[in-house]
Ligand binder design. Structure first.
Ligand code: PEP
Ligand code: MN
Length: 349
């Protein structure tokens, strides 16, 4: 059993949260975490039911307590109409602007990441992507550069002033990402790795959570609930295509899911047209369609020399194609009142 306790907005200072937390523990909760959903302070207490903690309400009659044993109440809208803004370094995803994340599928060398980063930043991307730990279908394919790759990505992020996102595949490695990376990515193949979801939840770092390619929208929202219930509301959902009977593209991008997720959840949602179709010829139009459908942003594979790419070269845009995507995207995003966030250029001294 779990209790979800919503503290009243007025008077819910740190002391009040600590007192509620102490009461919940005294009543037998095995774990209590506190977080804010929008403005509302929320506590999640594991291992107790409603009948065990009558004293919590005595602290303030406006405290709302619900017992839950299923569902995704922290991720679903309930009483929160807005969108959670997830801060990734200096960028926030879910605010009024449309965010573009771009970079190579995998970190292959310093030179590749550096060239890709400068190119995507010049065209208007504000967050840099790059996988250092690659979950590959075959154990014999390039598995990523690991920690060395993560360090190279972060170095380039600092040099170019771009926050960075990279995939974590093992709960035991989440710690390695701490203090280095601005956002963790959970990939489609690990979308229901519940130990990993809990660990990235406990890390407190912003998380880009891909939809499992076999997950319904409801199951996807539940995967986000695993992270938020550990006290981490900084989750950005990512539609990246699902497996259907269609074989003419790598996966089938489900743009209706963007609309459904925005209706049901306060979490921001971005679209990955690259992994979703696996074909660079489809990426531009899918990106425009994602913006028109109301997504909060995009994550796009860009490789300056894709014939040499160690991973997913077929779906990567080169610099020129990415420039065209950005040019075509701006008016579409503006038309749906989500202008593209542009990089801040710091004038050189
Ligand atoms: C990726 O973004 O590098 C990736 C592997 O994506 P997905 O998990 O969606 O396949
Ligand atoms: Mn890839």
């Amino acid at each position: 059993m779990t209790l979800i306790v919503r503290a009243p907005l007025s008077g819910a200072d740190d002391t009040m949260i600590e007192r509620i937390s102490a009461e919940l523990r005294a009543a037998g909760a095995t774990e209590v975490v506190a977080l804010s959903l929008g403005e509302v302070p929320v506590l999640v207490a594991q291992g107790i039911g409603l009948d065990s903690c009558p004293r919590v309400r005595e602290l303030d009659p406006a405290i709302d307590i619900t017992e839950v044993s299923k569902g995704a109440p922290l991720v679903n809208r309930n009483d929160f109409d807005g969108t959670t803004r997830v801060e990734v370094g200096s960028v926030d995803i879910g605010g009024p602007e449309f965010t573009v994340i771009a970079g190579p599928c995998a970190v292959e060398s310093y030179e590749l990441v550096e060239e890709a980063a400068r190119c995507v930043k010049e065209q208007g991307a504000t967050v840099l992507r790059g996988g250092a730990y690659k979950p590959r279908t075959s154990p014999y394919s390039f598995q990523g550069m690991g920690l060395k790759g993560l360090e190279l990505l972060c170095q380039v992020g600092l040099e170019t002033g771009m926050p960075v996102v990279s995939e974590v595949v093992d709960p035991r490695e989440v710690e390695l990402f701490h203090g280095r990376i601005d956002m963790l990515q959970v990939g489609t193949r690990n979308a229901q790795n519940f130990a990993l979801l809990r660990e990235v939840g406990r890390s407190g770092l912003p998380v880009l959570l891909k939809r499992g390619f076999g997950c319904t929208v409801d199951e996807w929202l539940h995967t986000a609930e695993y992270i938020v219930s550990e006290g981490n509301p900084s989750v950005v959902l990512c539609e990246r295509g699902i497996r259907t009977f269609e074989t003419s593209s790598r996966f089938t991008i489900d743009l209706a899911s963007v609309i459904l997720v925005k209706r049901q959840s306060h979490l921001p949602v971005v679209v990955d047209p690259s992994h979703g179709c696996g074909d660079r010829g489809l990426v531009l139009q899918l990106a425009l369609a994602a913006a028109a459908a109301g997504a909060d942003g995009l994550i796009v594979d860009v490789h300056p020399n894709r014939t040499l790419a160690k991973c997913d070269g077929d779906q990567a845009l080169d610099g020129g194609e990415f420039a065209t995507l950005m040019q075509r995207l701006r008016p579409v995003a503006t038309a749906v009142e989500r202008p593209v966030r542009e990089p801040v250029t710091v004038p050189s001294a």
